[in-house]
Design a protein around this ligand. Structure first.
Ligand SMILES: Cc1cc2nc3c(=O)[nH]c(=O)nc-3n(C[C@H](O)[C@H](O)[C@H](O)COP(=O)(O)OP(=O)(O)OC[C@H]3O[C@@H](n4cnc5c(N)ncnc54)[C@H](O)[C@@H]3O)c2cc1C
Length: 396
């Protein structure tokens, strides 16, 4: 067991941290206020190789390991604590990986180079107005018609709807097949028959969330991922990868909050001494730091497992991977939320202002608590299934 990062990993981590300090932090308030990630920020990410990092070099990516991508996600969550940039990053990393693994050559050549260059957006569309947790009951269908699939239905709360329309690109879209099974299809947002809607969120304002309505949208068969009818399995594989990067972004946001808090409590006087001298504050810091440190290493282990098995197409350790990923998606967002909340309280009234900016982090991280990339209880259900067996699933 060796916990050291390689020289290459350390150098890349430092480069992304510098990018976070010099580009993301100064833009954070603007990203939140203007509800968009500025094009020069995306261009900077593309230049560093941060867009859809695990995509192989032949399609414009870095062919990065999950470990390297996890490290980058930590840094992006630290740089832009609103989570908008982190979401953009991790969706493309997770679902770009999946398209590269299961997409047809023609689709990969057509779609991935623009995604890695920041000239198109790639996301995931599984959630529907009737629910996102119980995916097996989704209603959107795809019916084969010659050399195309005809998609009909509605998706809801989908990240990057506006970006995919304005930049170009689309979403890997889970659809039900008549007679059983699911097709996972890349659906370009500009396809004929698609209408979009933007929702008004409370946080991570720099990336849109919205609805997609499909009125008999014809999707060429080359956009099908893997085998017909097997889409559910591919979607679950993509979730394992993307959820690890979600947790990593939360670790970065938590570390940033604690660093901000530490700097403050070393200086801010109360009752004749710095706040940090009071055990009531210091012990809180120590407890939070210990939890963040634990989940950080859990995240890195989850990424290591993905590299060792999933990214090699080896699903023999599925249970171990599922446990590791569900555990970090369950624990990282609440810990990050708690760190930001506590630091806000150390700041007193100033913590409640937009100027200090902690509230932006609180609003962004909350998206991972309510459901983005799977609700916390869904992680508990996965872990319960893994610990007790499928017969203990709380539903049929
Ligand atoms: C900002 C944001 C961005 C998102 N982006 C995307 C995206 O890009 N693509 C996409 O497909 N989806 C996206 N989602 C949707 C997300 O995947 C769903 O919110 C999530 O899957 C939960 O679905 P739901 O919101 O319909 O809640 P529901 O499924 O209705 O569940 C409601 C609550 O009940 C809990 N719950 C559900 N079943 C059980 C159970 N059996 N036992 C106990 N508790 C349970 C859930 O955890 C949740 O807290 C996004 C969500 C948000 C908030």
């Amino acid at each position: 067991m060796d916990f050291r990062l390689s020289d290459e990993e350390e150098a890349f981590q430092s480069a992304v941290r510098r990018f976070g300090d010099r580009v993301l932090r100064p833009n954070e308030a603007r990203i939140d206020a203007e509800k968009v990630i500025p094009p020069d920020v995306l261009a900077g990410m593309a230049e560093l190789g941060l867009l859809a990092m695990p995509v192989p070099e032949e399609y414009g990516g870095m062919g990065a390991s999950a470990t390297l991508t996890e490290l980058a996600s930590e840094e992006i969550g630290r740089g832009d604590s609103t989570m908008a940039t982190a979401v953009f990053f991790l969706l493309e990393a997770g679902w770009g990986y999946l398209l590269a693994r299961h997409g047809t050559d023609a689709t990969k050549k057509e779609v991935l180079p623009s995604v890695t260059a920041g000239k198109a957006f790639l996301g995931i569309a599984t959630t529907e107005p009737t629910g996102g947790s119980d995916l097996a009951r989704m209603r959107t269908t795809s019916r084969r018609d010659g050399s195309a699939f005809v998609v009909r239905g509605e998706k809801s709360f989908i990240s990057g709807v506006e970006e995919a329309k304005s930049l170009g690109g689309g979403h890997l879209t889970l659809t039900r097949v008549e007679g059983g099974g699911f097709n996972f299809l890349y659906v370009p947002t500009r396809s004929e028959g698609i209408t979009t809607q933007r929702f008004r969120n409370m946080g991570r304002m720099g990336i849109s969330t919205g609805g997609l309505s499909y009125q008999d949208v014809r999707v060429p068969e080359r956009y099908l991922l893997g085998e017909e009818g097997k889409g559910f399995e591919y979607a679950m594989e993509g979730f394992s990868v993307a959820r690890t990067f979600v947790a990593a972004a939360c670790v970065g946001a938590a570390e940033r909050a604690l660093e901000t808090g530490m700097a403050y409590i070393k200086e801010r006087p109360a009752f004749g001494q710095p706040l940090g001298k009071f055990e009531g504050i210091q012990f809180e810091l120590v407890d939070l730091w210990t939890q963040v440190e634990a989940v950080k290493w859990q995240c890195r282990r989850a990424a290591w497992l993905l590299d060792a098995y999933t990214l090699k197409g080896d699903h023999s350790h599925r249970s171990e991977v599922d446990r590791a990923v569900a555990a970090v998606k369950l624990t990282a967002p609440p810990i990050a939320f708690e760190c930001v909340k506590r630091v806000m309280m150390w700041f007193g009234a100033a913590g409640y202002t937009e100027d200090v900016g902690l509230e932006r982090g609180l609003r962004g991280i909350m998206s991972y608590m309510v459901g983005a990339e799977g609700g916390l209880n869904i992680m508990r259900i996965i872990l319960g299934r893994e610990l007790l067996g499928k017969e203990f699933l709380p539903y049929k």
